[in-house]
Design a protein around this ligand. Sequence first.
Ligand SMILES: CC(C)(COP(=O)(O)OP(=O)(O)OC[C@H]1O[C@@H](n2cnc3c(N)ncnc32)[C@H](O)[C@@H]1OP(=O)(O)O)[C@@H](O)C(=O)NCCC(=O)NCCS
Length: 440
Amino acid sequence: MGYVKDSFKLKADEQAKEIKALIDQHGNKKLEDVTLAQAYQGMRGITGLVTETSLLDANEGIRFRGYSIPELRERLPKAEGGSEPLPEGLFYLMLVGEVPTQEHAEHVSATWARRSHVPNYVFDVIEALPIATHPMTQFCAAIIALQNESKFAKAYHDGINKKEYWNYVYEDTMTLIARLPRVAAYIYRRKYKNGEHIQPDGMLDWSANFAHMMGYNDESFKELMRLYLTIHADHEGGNVSAHATHLVGSALSDPYLSFAAGMTGLAGPLHGLANQEVIRWIDEMYAELDNNSPSKEQIAEYIKKTLLAGKVVPGYGHAVLRKTDPRFTAQMEFAKKHCSDDNMIQTVWNIYEVAPAILESTGKIKNPWPNVDAHSGALLKHYGLVEEDFYTVLFGVSRALGVLASLCWDRALGFPIERPKSITTEWVKKFIKESEKAAS
Ligand SMILES: CC(C)(COP(=O)(O)OP(=O)(O)OC[C@H]1O[C@@H](n2cnc3c(N)ncnc32)[C@H](O)[C@@H]1OP(=O)(O)O)[C@@H](O)C(=O)NCCC(=O)NCCS
């Protein structure tokens, strides 16, 4: 076995023992009660999942294995001459639970480079779709096409001991992550660059190679990709893409099928598609005002108009967060260092100054602060990646790191099929009647 795999297995075995003891001794402890409103309203706030890779604090934001984003930017290994973290290092951290050395991160990088070859039939599947097909749909179709390569599906078909599931899920995870940048870059070049494809450069790290295959060779864009692919990787287990991957994986669907489920969820406008919606919304505001540098007053009016029309202000709000998303702040810091005079970035910062107070004044939006999507598009646009329909694919390539590391943990810990209980409104009415009768 490779040493990343060995280290993961060692950690997972220790953790499995610990979890068994926890369940044996404390399995009956109540985490919390569930209200009727929670059952009807998106299960918000119900603690019902274990995801080892990251934990979200409503005020502080995400921590990956205990490390905040500023800590990760400082402590994770960097590319030579770079100052942003290598996502390879974050993957190692999420999988093994320890901050990697430079050598660990480079080992992951080299493994992914070795496994990155995408079979031609996957490109044929992409080519069979009309060019107008949304990039996320092309991405999902390509992931499903890649499923033919699944070692887990084959091993399961041939018959394996359940103690070996993790092994094949790990192998699929490494191969799938290795291939995603090539698939994504292919979709990008097909749709927006006349199908003029760029061959991978095996000497580059995962993010830099992705940038290169999309056709961006500016060093600071490569740095942006390293940051982008790090900060979008995971957001604990209950968000749609993580939960969908985990849920489908719990049926022992292989990592390709499970990840494809996560990606169809990421393609929703209330989840990952919000990054393209932010840019659309800003462009519409520019067009309506016939002004690419609107004042804060004009922006405030436009926000109010959006709310009056019964639409969401994209990039703002969150189901769990209650403060500015540290992923927004990390991008803002990057922009201050590399491109602070960019016009759209200035607009993003002006929106940040006026939107929270307006959203708060509605009295119903629980989090008036910006999330990760409020900033990412403007940065990409700055470097010329202007095709906003593609932004969610970038998010998806990054999200693979967290949800697939989690899937490895799910199988290593022997988690069972997920099957919560549902009820009907008829059942609810009867339940209320009976509990009122019992109380009287
Ligand atoms: C992220 C989001 C889906 C969370 O939803 P949620 O947990 O239901 O949020 P809340 O509990 O604060 O919602 C309460 C109300 O405020 C509204 N609201 C929340 N965020 C809003 C926003 N940015 N603009 C306008 N209205 C918003 C909700 O639609 C809901 O309205 P309703 O009661 O009429 O249905 C939501 O904030 C949103 O739609 N944001 C914009 C899209 C976005 O940026 N998504 C990316 C998330 S990382």
